[in-house]
Design a protein. Structure first.
Length: 281
């Protein structure tokens, strides 16, 4: 079975500036393919989609070009695509998207929203710019907190011809928080046919240092029940994952949570859906 990691971050501080790293000391170092690949091979991962790492705006294009080229330098397990960071709130987005979207290996874009003011993505220019992706096959990943689910829903609805992916199961609070708002948001979001959901990030949102399958199960069960087997993709969120787990442990947990599914259903979540949605081929 092909296992596509749709959410692998690589950090190269000698190449790019990452303003947010200073707020997360355990991640304030380089995380490279040389460290990731042995763990990925041992876990059974077969393909990598690089996810942008919220670099400084001046480094967005450079990060996309660098990570898009990594697949040509790795034999066997390697990077088969990259998602570029962007600024759809900017008047310069159309030219940026045309230029960066043409880079071989770029499969879509993402703009971090959960750390930004809500008004940023509610501005008319944001949806107007994302609609420019219509017909290109380029995707748009969204990362929001449960209280921001309506923002994501409004954005996806405003861009019906663009394929969106909701990162990290919509960030449920699995540390014992109330999941009612999250559940309602996921149910509503899943009604939009141009939105898929990424089975990722929930280890970070689980109890620190002692999570079990039962802590993760509510997220897994609700996203599958809501989105179905053909609109869910798996991702590691490495190295953010390392704040509360490890690559092999998270993949083993994800496979255990879906162990009762058919082989076709498991193959779809762990690889097939990603190949189709992100046009990885």
């Amino acid at each position: 079975m092909r296992i596509v990691d749709t959410h692998c971050h690589l950090i190269h501080r000698d190449r790019h500036n990452y303003p947010w790293l200073s707020r997360v000391p355990p991640l304030q170092r380089d995380f490279t393919l040389a460290e990731y690949l042995p763990q990925a091979r041992a876990a059974g991962i077969t393909d990598i989609l690089h996810m942008e790492v919220d670099v400084a705006e001046a480094d967005l294009e450079a990060e996309a070009r660098f990570t898009a080229g990594l697949g040509h330098n790795v034999t066997g397990l390697g990077v088969i695509g990259t998602i570029a960071g962007c600024r759809p709130e900017s008047a310069g987005f159309p030219a940026f998207a045309e230029r960066v979207g043409a880079i071989p290996g770029v499969r879509g874009f993402r703009r971090i929203l959960h750390t930004q003011p809500d008004d940023l993505s509610r501005a008319p220019i944001f949806a107007e710019n994302i609609r420019r992706l219509s017909g290109t096959g380029l995707t748009f990943d969204i990362c929001v907190f449960p209280q921001q689910h309506q923002i994501a829903i409004d954005l996806v609805r405003a861009c019906p011809d663009v394929q969106f992916v909701l990162d990290h199961c919509g960030n449920p609070d699995l540390k014992g928080g109330d999941l009612a708002v999250w559940r309602a948001g996921i149910t509503a979001a899943a009604a939009l046919p141009n939105l898929a959901c990424k089975f990722s990030g929930i280890v970070t949102n689980a109890p620190s240092g002692g999570w079990t399958l039962d802590h993760l199960r509510p997220a897994a069960e609700h996203i599958i029940a809501s989105f179905g087997w053909n609109r869910v993709v798996w991702g590691s969120d490495w190295p953010v994952l390392t704040l509360n787990g490890d690559l092999g442990g998270w993949l083993a947990a994800a496979r255990a949570l879906l162990a009762d599914a058919s082989q076709d259903e498991q193959s779809a979540v762990f690889g097939g859906n990603a190949l189709r949605i992100y046009r990885l081929g």
